[in-house]
Design a protein around this ligand. Sequence first.
Ligand SMILES: Nc1ncnc2c1ncn2[C@@H]1O[C@H](COP(=O)(O)OP(=O)(O)OP(=O)(O)O)[C@@H](O)[C@H]1O
Ligand SMILES: [Mg+2]
Length: 323
Amino acid sequence: MLEVVHLSKYFIMRRGLLQYLRREEPKCIRAVDDVSFKIDKGEIVGLVGESGSGKTTLARLILRLLEPTSGKIFFEGQDILSLSNDEMKEIRKKMQIVFQDPYGALNPRMTIQKILEEPLEVHSLYSPKERIDIIKKMLKSVGLNPPELFLDKYPHELSGGQRQRVVISRALILNPSFMVMDEPVSLLDATVRTQILDLILRLKEEFNLTYLFITHDLALARYICNRILVMYRGRIVEMGETEQLISEPLHPYTKMLISAVPVPNPSIKISLPPRASEFVDVFTYQGCRFCARCPEATQLCQREEPPLISLEGGRSVACWKYK
Ligand SMILES: Nc1ncnc2c1ncn2[C@@H]1O[C@H](COP(=O)(O)OP(=O)(O)OP(=O)(O)O)[C@@H](O)[C@H]1O
Ligand SMILES: [Mg+2]
């Protein structure tokens, strides 16, 4: 369904006057750095990593909301970076994104009906009457029942969970086949979270969807994903099938993430997380970017960045230990 090949996005930071006068070089953040992976139809692939690791940037690149510095993206076999605006408009129907913040995502001046009508209007789909039927059906599907109760409401009249349901229904209304969920439940409280997660899983079956599910919460990724990609400072450092990756993590960063989550299975050994003493300078790093936090780092790790090495069972890890 989706293939990303050597994808990178560098942000050039503007220099302030002082830096300019000192003739410092502009600095560059490698938000996504040489990332490659595939997602098969019907999968739920988790993308985990701490804040600032480049998850949202990667999501925005995939949906072409942001142009990459280099690399390729194939969606259903089509090289989407080479498409014209018109061709891209067609693809946009099939790829949708749900962002973290159900408050910021909805226009406060539009009713729920208007919000859901908008994408249909933009793509000139259906007659006005048919649109209402589709909107009602969609609201029912996401558990906003009876739909008549919600059509004329404004976003501020809904709870956080209800808003996220509206955001999800808006993403679904064009009948997409692939959805990126960018931390869809991280701002919701615990009980609502579970409900929305169950909804997301149910909709996947009902609408035959494929998900890229972004979260910084490994326990959540374990609950919902078939496969997990672990991202650190712009790079995929490990990927593999969920249970394998969690019961037997290979990369020291993945181990650290797992030891930070309470694990209900006593057969899984927990080691204490290493202390984050100093951080790699994001602008000038050479070598492995996890080096400064890694309890197992060697001189090679300081000198050279490890490539993503493929191992048995569809697993990959970017760590010199596995060379
Ligand atoms: N438009 C931009 N201009 C400059 N730098 C940016 C821009 N967008 C993102 N960045 C930087 O790129 C890096 C990755 O950011 P990104 O938002 O993708 O991380 P994230 O993994 O989604 O984090 P979070 O978990 O907090 O959402 C960060 O260092 C961020 O400051
Ligand atoms: Mg993000």
